[in-house]
Every structure is written in structure tokens, then in C-alpha cells.
Design a protein around this ligand. Structure first.
Ligand code: HEC
Length: 111
């Protein structure tokens, strides 16, 4: 299993366990996970040419704040970030991400 997915699962499981703990502690049984609901992503990427790429490819693992809270950085940073998401974190990204990197630089970086 993919490491990131496993970590997310563990985080979700421990969050659910904490909230389920008070319910089950009194009963002394296994925690009840049936009421666990994944939080809904409420952030969106800034409008601009290519936003649909970020909206489609960059919301599966983390919130949009990972991008929007970065300081304005040059294209090199966004290029390296997209490469890191793909190579290190196994983000399912296409080979050519030029349009996505253009979008990230225009919307969140400096030219
Ligand atoms: C397969 C899951 C996955 C996808 C898809 C993904 N990321 Fe990430 N991203 C991560 C992980 C894991 C981290 C590091 C989290 C941490 O350190 O807390 C991260 C962190 C970041 C950071 C913070 C800086 C850094 O390098 O740690 C930025 C910016 C970022 N991602 C941008 C993007 C962009 C842009 C996309 C779309 C191309 C994207 N991510 C898609 C998994 C993903």
C-alpha cells in the first residue's frame, strides 16, 4: 500500500478513535467507526488559465492551503514542487506539467 495513503488512513483512524473513544469507553468494547466522515475540502484554487489542472490534480492528498500559504516564489520552486509531488509522493501526474506549472507560477508565484 502507498505510504501516504497509509499515513492518511492512520491519521483518520486515530481521529475517529479519539471521537469514538468516549462512546465506547463506557461500553468497554471496540470503537465504533461507522459514524466517521471524511472532512470535506472547502478550499479552491485561485481562478486563472489552467486552474482546472490544479483543481483536478492537486486536491486528492492535501488542502489547497499547502499551495496558497507558500510565499510568492519563482517558477523554479513550482517546477520542483510538482516534480517532488510526482517523484517522492507518487502523485499521479502526467509527464508534461508545463501548463500546471505556468498556472501555479501565475497564480501563486512571481515571474
Ligand atoms: C499523492 C499525494 C499528493 C498529491 C496528489 C499532491 N501532493 Fe503536495 N504534498 C503531498 C505530501 C505528502 C506533502 C508533504 C506533507 C507534509 O510535509 O506535511 C505535500 C506538500 C505539498 C506542499 C508543501 C511544500 C512541500 O514541498 O512540502 C506544496 C506546496 C504542495 N504539496 C503542492 C502540491 C501541488 C501543486 C500538487 C498538484 C500538482 C500536489 N501538491 C499534489 C502529497 C501530495
Amino acid at each position: 500500500m502507498n505510504k501516504i495513503f497509509l499515513s492518511l488512513l492512520l491519521i483518520a483512524a486515530s481521529a475517529a478513535r479519539i471521537s469514538a473513544a468516549d462512546k465506547t469507553a463506557a461500553a468497554g468494547g471496540e470503537p465504533d467507526f461507522s459514524s466517521f466522515v471524511w472532512p470535506v475540502e472547502s478550499g479552491t484554487y485561485k481562478p486563472g488559465a489552467g486552474v482546472e489542472l490544479a483543481q483536478g490534480l492537486c486536491i486528492t492528498c492535501h488542502s489547497t492551503e499547502y499551495v496558497s500559504t507558500q510565499p510568492p516564489l519563482p517558477r523554479k520552486f513550482w517546477e520542483a514542487t510538482v516534480k517532488k509531488m510526482k517523484d517522492k509522493y507518487a502523485a499521479p501526474l502526467p509527464e508534461d506539467n508545463t501548463a500546471l506549472i505556468d498556472y501555479l507560477t501565475n497564480a501563486y508565484g512571481v515571474k
